[in-house]
Structure formats: structure tokens, C-alpha cells
Write a protein that binds this ligand. Structure first.
Ligand SMILES: [Zn+2]
Length: 79
């Protein structure tokens, strides 16, 4: 999975890049506090967040992540 670093809210979780299976919408989700944000900027600034807004999520491919053109450092973790 890919992430954009540590969650600014719980300060322990990882901000994972995930995709809602049903809509193919790519967004950011903390693996610990389950906060959701539509963009990395929102996640870093802890604004416009939500919880349980999305359904089942899967991990997007590297290509899909690239297509978002997010101007942030992306970390890959293949554990
Ligand atoms: Zn968190």
C-alpha cells in the first residue's frame, strides 16, 4: 500500500491512499483513527474530514495514484 505519511490527527496512524471499490474514488484514510479526506492537503490540515462516508475500500494501483497528480511525497510499503 501507499501512504503519504503520519496522520496529523491521531499522530500514530498512517495516511493510506485507498480507493472505494464501488465508485473508484481515490482518497486518503488513516489506518488507525479511520479519518477520511479527499485530498492530501485536507488530511495534512485536518480539514473537510469525514468518517464512515465510504464503503468497502481497496488499494489503488501506482498508476491510479499517479493519475491524481497529488503534489506530495508518497511512501510505498509492501508489507
Ligand atoms: Zn489517524
Amino acid at each position: 500500500m501507499s501512504n503519504i505519511g503520519q496522520c496529523r490527527v491521531c499522530k500514530q496512524g498512517l495516511l493510506e491512499i485507498v480507493k472505494e471499490e464501488k465508485t473508484n474514488e481515490i482518497f486518503i484514510c488513516c489506518d488507525l483513527c479511520e479519518g477520511e479526506w479527499q485530498t492530501p492537503e485536507d488530511a495534512f490540515n485536518n480539514q473537510n474530514g469525514s468518517r464512515n462516508k465510504y464503503g468497502k475500500v481497496i488499494y489503488p494501483t501506482a498508476k491510479e495514484i499517479k493519475s491524481m497528480h497529488w503534489n506530495v511525497k508518497i511512501f510505498d510499503d509492501f508489507n
